[in-house]
Design a protein around this ligand. Structure first.
Ligand code: DQA
Length: 147
């Protein structure tokens, strides 16, 4: 089973960007760890990053035929993008919303997420380990568990 891991704006700078908030791991480090874990879980991951809303939407459309689940860190689009929410509503499989930081402990404009309305679960504040935790959860959901 294939999981798309979608990353939005500025996450290409992970490791350099505000490391006191987002840590020192790069997105390539996270991808390596996710690829290793996915292999052990019997999953395949496709790790993607774009600074462009339309590209993220195109990948969500592509996932309709190519993936069984989506993990999405939409970055700041989380707080602004009805278009990404609508695209996710057209995807039938599980969706996990992910934030490296605990957005609820930050500025109030980060407290609202459009994506949460479609997400099966939300992961926030677990650092980059959240990506691996999301994959574990994805495996559990895709294995038909309800809890
Ligand atoms: C983020 C939180 C967002 O508020 C922010 O705009 C990001 C990253 C996170 O991973 O903690 O770019 O999604």
């Amino acid at each position: 089973m294939t999981i798309y891991i979608l990353n939005g704006p500025n996450l290409n700078l992970l490791g350099q960007r505000q490391p006191e908030i987002y840590g020192h791991d790069t997105l390539a480090d996270v991808e390596r760890r996710c690829t290793d874990l996915a292999a052990r879980l019997g999953l395949t991951v496709r790790m993607l990053q774009s600074n462009h809303e339309g590209q993220l939407i195109d990948w969500i459309h592509e996932a309709r035929a190519a993936a069984q689940g989506i993990v999405i860190n939409a970055g700041a689009y989380t707080h602004t993008s009805i278009a990404i929410l609508d695209a996710l509503k057209a995807f039938d499989g599980p969706v996990i919303e992910l934030h490296i930081s605990n957005v609820h402990a930050r500025e109030s404009f980060r407290h609202h997420s459009y994506i949460s309305a479609r997400a099966d679960g939300v992961m926030a504040g677990f650092g980059t380990q959240g990506y691996e935790l999301a994959l574990l959860r994805m495996q559990r959901i895709l294995g038909d568990a309800v809890t």
